[in-house]
Design a protein around this ligand. Structure first.
Ligand SMILES: [Zn+2]
Length: 118
């Protein structure tokens, strides 16, 4: 039995609320592209983002909807906030109060008292 290798391509539009998608054997690429049912493929563009994603759009409208929704934007990185940026003394007092509350609850549990964990 001969070895048969095929390459399958799937294109799915990343436009907001767009349902255009197609999967086909690359050997039939030219027939698929020229089929009037798949006319949207002739207008397809792939946008590479700075963070390495490749977004597919079937039209300018879908591309614009993605830009509007922020899909093209890089993912938001978690921001590290310095304790001095948010008023260090208030944050320290809050943390100290939380630690004291936990210590008091532990002591009360060891003494057999009722503890409200809420
Ligand atoms: Zn689309």
């Amino acid at each position: 039995m001969p070895v048969i290798e095929t390459q399958i391509r799937t294109l799915t539009c990343d436009g907001k609320e767009c349902d255009k998608t197609i999967t086909y054997d690359m050997k039939t690429h030219n027939q698929v592209i020229l089929d009037p049912v798949n006319a949207w493929l002739l207008n397809t563009r792939i946008v590479s983002t700075a963070d390495g994603r490749n977004l597919v759009f079937c039209s300018s409208l879908c591309e614009a909807s993605a830009v509007e929704s922020g899909l093209n934007d890089p993912p938001q990185l978690k921001k590290v906030v310095s304790i001095t940026d948010v008023g260090g003394s208030a944050a320290i007092k809050f943390a100290a109060a939380a630690a004291k509350k936990a210590a008091d609850a532990t002591r009360a549990l060891k003494e057999g008292q009722n503890v409200n964990l809420g």
